[in-house]
Design a protein around this ligand. Structure first.
Ligand code: GDP
Length: 244
């Protein structure tokens, strides 16, 4: 059984000062609105409505923390960050994204990995690039190419190869995994869970070694395609704008 199946709501954070002070590993989920982030969280955790997308564009600007781990005490958190890219979002909402989600993703020391949902039909967009630019260069990233059921076999494989090329250019030498994903067809679920569990295991090992928390991993997960195409403390101080 995956530890992700133990996920339960922990807290909502609307301001940076409300972030939990405990020293537990955190895995963030990010992505353009409507790319399938909420559906991915729910299916990975086998919970129907753990995460839900706001129907009102740009309204939900909070971070939602889900505790995972057996028993009462959490051993890690999954953190759902607000979707970005609503054309209709007012300036104030975009500013709120920068102040909370942008700062969290760029600076949170407890972060051990980021799961980025990218629509397989759109690939990595300009806003996704901006987001990736905010992340610490050593932070592992798992890209879920969502809604792959909407593509035929050849298109899926082309999308997969194109996404890998895009990401290798954007984060050369970084720890990257790319997985074709579909909630509808239940494709890529096991592989995605395995990557996240690997991050959590590494975080545990890091803490066991020196007790100081973050284990920075600079290795590289080479994306793999199987026959079934199925599966396969940085700050924005450089002036890069956050995706919004
Ligand atoms: P979010 O805004 O990124 O959280 O996106 P949602 O998870 O709310 O998904 C947006 C829309 O895409 C919803 O209508 C979902 O039902 C749909 N969707 C999500 N994942 C898939 C998928 O794997 N296949 C298909 N066909 N639709 C999906």
């Amino acid at each position: 059984m995956s530890v992700l199946f133990t996920a339960r709501f922990h807290t909502t954070v609307a301001q940076t000062r409300q972030l939990p002070r405990v020293d537990l590993p955190e895995i963030a989920f990010a992505g353009r609105s409507n790319a399938g982030k909420s559906s991915a969280i729910n299916v990975l955790c086998q919970r129907r409505r753990l995460a839900f997308s706001s129907r009102t564009p740009g309204r939900t600007q909070a971070l939602n923390f889900f505790a995972i781990g057996p028993g009462e005490e959490p051993s890690a958190f999954l953190v759902d960050t607000p979707g970005y890219g609503y054309a209709a979002a007012p300036q104030a909402v975009r500013g709120a994204w920068d102040a909370l989600a942008g700062r969290y993703l760029g600076q949170r020391a407890a972060l051990r990995g980021v799961v980025l949902t990218v629509d397989s039909r759109r690939l990595v967009t300009e806003l996704d690039r901006k987001l990736l630019g905010w992340l610490a260069p050593t932070l592992p990233v798992l890209v879920l190419l969502t809604k792959s059921d909407k593509l035929g076999y050849a298109e899926r494989m082309a999308a997969y190869r194109a996404a890998i090329a895009q990401l290798e250019e954007l984060r050369p030498g970084a720890d990257l995994s790319v997985i074709l994903f579909s909630v509808t067809d239940r494709v890529g679920l096991e592989q995605a869970r395995a990557v996240i569990e690997g991050w959590l295991a590494r975080a545990r090992q890091g803490r066991a070694h020196d007790g100081s928390g973050p284990a920075v991993h600079q290795g590289r997960v080479v994306p793999t395609a199987t026959e079934e195409p199925a599966d396969t403390e940085n700050s924005p101080a450089d002036g890069t704008e956050a995706p919004r």
